[in-house]
Design a protein. Structure first.
Length: 275
């Protein structure tokens, strides 16, 4: 379980989708004066070097964020996302990629708060160092699945819960549903964002069905951009299921998904779903 390091996958097609959507939800929440909390249950290291041995083991960012760099026709939503990534780098460089905690930090306001969970000891230490002296954030070395019982509802009664587990063990799928059930029972009005991979075995299908069964206010978005490898394996794409989504989110995604799929496609059958 603790072998997973997101540094191997930083900036890939899944990160592009999840971080673009996350940013747009946060920007919407910023429009209301009342402060809010963001809980990131599987936060990772916070920032990743695209020059590291980890990132270049498979070089997944080449088929992700790198495909958007240098384009002059990006839709505004994707331009906002790329501008944030660019702001994490020195002028003219593309050597760093922000994880979800950094996406959150650069989007929320001074009055908002972050609660970040990371169980992997190395990534936890990197995360704690990255957020050293940041008064908006508290870092926990624990499994974020169990965090919701203690933290919800947040004192401000506004919040976004971002769940991005590795799904390296099949029990993560059941843990997602259990955590959502506990969270919704305590904080029904919260915005819950769950990322999932699209694998050849199709485990995401019952997961999405189960999440939809928990609420009549859901929005599911996914992209499929690559084929299985020679052995029939691989992450074909990914998706996000949002419970209590902002009302503007579906329209914003409708405007960018055709462009995004075209930009990230690695085979002729690439497509998206939005429902």
């Amino acid at each position: 379980m603790l072998a997973y390091r997101h540094a191997f996958h930083a900036g890939n097609h899944a990160d592009v989708l999840k971080h673009c959507v996350l940013q747009q939800i946060l920007l919407y929440m910023n429009q209301k004066d009342k402060p809010y909390w963001v809980i990131d249950t599987h936060a990772g290291a916070g920032m990743y070097s695209l020059e590291s041995e980890y990132a270049n083991t498979k070089g997944e960012y080449h088929n992700g964020v790198a495909r958007l760099q240098g384009r002059d026709d990006l839709p505004p939503v994707l331009q906002e996302y790329l501008d944030l990534v660019k702001a994490c780098n020195n002028k003219g460089e593309w050597t760093l990629y922000p994880g979800s905690p950094e996406i959150i930090r650069r989007t929320i306001r001074a009055e908002d708060r972050m609660r970040l969970f990371e169980l992997h000891p190395t990534d936890h230490d990197l995360l704690a160092e990255h957020f050293d002296r940041d008064r908006q954030a508290k870092i926990f070395k624990s499994d974020g699945f169990g965090a919701l019982k203690a933290l919800l509802p947040p004192p401000t009664k506004r919040g976004l819960i971002f769940m991005d587990p590795p799904y390296e063990i099949k029990s993560d799928y059941a843990k997602v549903i259990t955590a959502l059930e506990e969270g919704l029972s305590r904080f029904a009005e919260g915005v819950y964002v769950v990322w999932y991979p699209i694998l050849t075995r199709g485990d995401h299908i019952p997961l999405v069905e189960s999440m939809r069964a928990l609420s009549d206010k859901t929005l599911n978005v996914s992209i499929t951009v690559q084929e299985p490898d020679d052995r029939g394996f691989g992450m074909l794409g990914s998706g996000l299921c949002v419970i209590n989504p902002p009302w503007v989110l579906k329209e914003k995604l409708q405007n960018i998904l055709p462009y995004l799929v075209d930009a990230l496609a690695q085979f002729d059958g690439a497509h998206y779903e939005l429902s």
